[in-house]
Write a protein that binds this ligand. Structure first.
Ligand code: HEM
Length: 379
């Protein structure tokens, strides 16, 4: 076991979150939610001039603003007016300072400190909720319209910040806000995905290849509701939602292994409980438990979810359970249950791809993603 994994596993074994920590975060309605509903029409694709992209991240931000103002009607031009400032500022910051890999490692280090500052929040780590932020900000991608994805970090804006699927992610966004102030040159998209990478790596998971290059977008680029998966659905739904992002069956199963981390919160999704006994350490336990335990429908007043018959303390979502009921999904799930190295290899590749969705190639600061060292390796 690596030191990072050891450290993670020595954090509090899971226990119901103290009420105080559940109520401390700002919460919305307590009703049970279905995540995805109808697909709204895709938003207007941002059409900033591609040649500007080559001129660098700062120029891209200005290009986007220029395009937006020129193509706006008077009402949305007012909105654009308020975004010009931040766009230009972002551009200025980007052109006045060219961050090196060492600068990103400094951000990584600060993220790791934030992850560990959780005290009695949930299971003693902010890692899981940061992973979820990175995934939800990337998983809005639509490969056909080339909209959504991690590029513009549009979850900062309503209505995307208010989408049911994103309930509770204000906690993660607020955690990273001071870091954005500390390192104003980093874009939100880079910060959020780097936080996802650092969380996975610091919680004992595999290295996730990552590189910078995302830029801050505008409220006009928010994605419509219904692009993220609905946990009450079945395999067709998973294939449709993840297929839209460009993922195949094997990648869907590998990505679902992220549920080895964290827990469901009644006051966020309506579901309740952790998937594994070590929710702050990434392992293949999610898959092992799916096969090794007997899962029964929980009798309660909440949404349909399963619980393990033996301890009744673990949970599975309907969408988790289809990984053992769908023949094709089951083949991959079994392979991951039997071989953690294989799971880590495939999870790393799929997460790296996920976090890069929606970012035009020419925006990347480097042609090859980096493998960033963990805090222990940096010592
Ligand atoms: C397969 C479709 C998926 C569905 C339907 C789904 C659904 C959910 C739900 C309902 C929650 C509980 C949220 C809460 O109440 O706080 C959750 C949490 C979580 N999900 Fe997923 N998810 C999916 C895929 C993924 C993927 C691909 C990842 C990452 C690779 C991921 C990572 C997480 C993590 C880490 C948490 C725990 C967050 C926390 O502890 O605060 N999920 N997911």
């Amino acid at each position: 076991m690596s030191f990072a994994a050891f450290k993670a596993s020595t954090r509090k074994a899971f226990a119901p979150a103290p009420l105080a920590s559940r109520t401390r975060v700002s919460l919305r309605s307590n009703t049970f939610r279905r995540f995805a509903t109808e697909s709204a029409p895709p938003p207007q694709a941002p059409k900033s001039n591609n040649t500007l992209l080559y001129a660098g991240i700062g120029a891209v931000a200005i290009g986007g603003v220029t395009w937006y103002i020129l193509s706006s009607d008077s009402d949305s031009a007012k909105v654009a007016g308020s975004t010009v400032k931040s766009g230009v500022q972002a551009a200025k910051a980007a052109t006045n300072f060219t961050p090196s890999k060492e600068d990103y490692l400094k951000v990584y280090k600060r993220i790791a400190e934030v992850i560990d500052s959780a005290d009695d929040y949930d299971d003693g780590s902010y890692g899981p909720v940061l992973v979820r932020l990175a995934w939800h900000s990337s998983g809005t991608y639509d490969k056909d319209t080339k909209t959504g994805g991690s590029n513009y970090a549009t979850m900062r804006f309503a209505p995307e910040s208010q989408h049911d699927a994103n309930a509770g992610l204000n906690v993660a966004r607020d955690l990273l806000e001071p870091l954005k102030k500390e390192f104003p040159w980093i874009s939100y998209g880079d910060l959020w995905t780097l936080a996802g990478v650092a969380s996975i790596q610091e919680m004992g998971g595999p290295k996730i290849p990552w590189r910078p290059g995302r830029i801050d977008g505008f409220a006009a680029q928010v994605t419509p509701d219904g692009r993220l998966p609905d946990a009450t659905q079945g395999s067709d739904h998973l294939r449709r939602i993840f297929g839209r992002m460009g993922f195949n069956d094997q990648e869907i199963v590998a990505l679902s292994g992220g549920h080895a981390l964290g827990r469901c919160h009644r006051d966020r999704s309506g579901f309740d409980g952790p998937w594994t006994f070590s929710p702050t350490t990434l392992t293949n336990d999610f898959f092992r438990l799916l096969f090794d335990e007997t899962w029964v429908w929980r009798k309660w007043d909440g949404p349909k979810q399963l619980e393990d018959k033996k301890t009744r303390s673990l949970m599975m979502l309907p969408t988790d359970y289809v990984l053992v009921t769908d023949k094709v999904f089951k083949k991959y799930a079994k392979a991951y249950a039997d071989d953690q190295d294989l799971f880590f290899k495939d999870f790393s590749a799929a997460v790296s791809k996920l976090f890069e969705l929606g970012v035009p190639t020419q925006q990347w600061a480097t042609s090859e993603p980096w493998l960033l060292p963990t805090i222990d390796e940096q010592k």
